[in-house]
Design a protein around this ligand. Structure first.
Ligand SMILES: CC(C)(COP(=O)(O)OP(=O)(O)OC[C@H]1O[C@@H](n2cnc3c(N)ncnc32)[C@H](O)[C@@H]1OP(=O)(O)O)[C@@H](O)C(=O)NCCC(=O)NCCS
Length: 161
């Protein structure tokens, strides 16, 4: 997995074109423009996958995630998503959002099993009129993930009460 900059825009566009229907494809200029903006980062996997995300203050957003058809169902999408979540957390995000077409069963299953939950609905969001679900996942470390947190100790009076 490579950190993608504007110089990777052509390769990113090839992956996007293979993964999305024509009306949703982002071209080389679109990727170059996005990756030149502050807060946006991208990851490119040479097996044929990409993810772009944006971090603004403590909130992140997945802008696009794509795996070419010939590389699907081998864990690449999940790996790209996990890497983007980790980077967003490193950059200070405590929550991450995304939009997914209500009828995109593959992506919805991926996001649900990655801990995303629906928080909104955008009717007619996509060019074809499809609705988008807005999904959210917290990124703050869970208490059990923290190495510094001591196990909770109960005071003796609480134990008696
Ligand atoms: C969504 C997408 C990125 C998944 O990529 P992938 O590399 O095939 O995903 P993975 O192999 O990591 O699969 C992860 C999980 O997603 C779910 N999933 C993926 N494809 C699925 C499908 N066709 N049907 C049902 N669930 C599916 C499964 O839960 C899967 O876990 P499992 O294989 O253990 O059952 C890919 O299908 C894609 O590029 N689609 C077109 C673009 C798109 O819709 N992007 C998301 C826009 S929000």
């Amino acid at each position: 997995m490579t950190e993608a900059g504007p110089l990777h825009a052509a390769a990113l566009a090839v992956v996007h074109e293979a993964a999305f229907p024509p009306e949703e494809v982002w071209d080389e200029a679109a990727f170059a423009g996005l990756l030149g903006q502050p807060g946006i980062f991208g990851l490119l996997d040479r097996r044929g996958g990409l993810v772009l995300a944006r971090v603004v203050l403590d909130e992140a957003e997945i802008l696009t995630l794509a795996v070419v058809p010939s590389a699907r169902r081998r864990g690449l999408g999940r790996a790209l998503l996990a890497a983007a979540l980790a980077r967003a957390r490193e950059r200070g995000a405590t929550a991450i959002f995304l939009e997914v077409a209500a009828g995109n069963a593959a992506a919805r299953m991926l996001y649900t099993t990655a801990g995303f939950e629906p928080v909104g609905l955008r009717r007619g969001y996509y060019a074809d009129g499809a609705d988008a679900l807005v999904l959210r996942r917290a990124l703050a470390p869970e208490p059990h993930e923290s190495e510094q947190q001591e196990p909770e100790q109960q005071a003796p009076e609480q134990q008696l009460g």
